[in-house]
Design a protein around this ligand. Sequence first.
Ligand code: TYD
Length: 210
Amino acid sequence: MKESLFIAFEGIDGSGKSTQAHLLVDRLKEEGHRVHATCEPSGGPIGSLIRNIFSGRIEADHRTIAGLFVADRLDHLLNKTNGILKKLEEGYTVVTDRYCLSSYAYQGTHMPMDWVIEANSQSTQLLKPDLHVFIDIDPEESIRRMQAGRSTSDMYENLDNLRKVRENYFLAIDKVKGGEKVVIVDGNLPVDQVAIKVWKSAAALLNNRP
Ligand code: TYD
């Protein structure tokens, strides 16, 4: 019997998923749940290596990055100090800002998505989310939200990429939705309205808990 829930937030950059993950964590705590909030790239050594690559401090090929995400995810799950599996065992509800669908969508823009799915199969065999919350936003709106300090050419490059990532998210959701619960929330709505929809999905799950 499952005692605690695992909820994963997903969305393109600028979708507001981090804000929504925080709001859900706060609400769950208000309702008396013990909650562990976490994210990917993780706060562990492999996660910080990935952040160093994304910030340009370390150079790495996309295939290397895909492999690092596989390793980071396994460490995020299996770490003996604060890994997700340990937290679930201790009775925490775990809310993560990104999980496997992020790799399918983002790394899937550089290599076949099925390869990415296969490469992440150790993680998905260990743990699938009870709920994926995909905050869906128009890439144009996401760019508007992230606009400050970017050059126009940067923004176009980014817009093209965000469109591809969003398309990949829908392909990825199609692939998992037979066996896994995915809720798609319109992230173009005001923050509080998005939060209400997210809460309703989580609450339905909590009420139906075995
Ligand atoms: P993000 O959630 O945007 O972190 P932050 O709020 O710190 O900026 O994630 C950072 C980037 O990592 C984002 O552009 C998506 C990317 N990413 C992948 O490419 N693959 C993955 O598997 C994950 C988890 C993230």
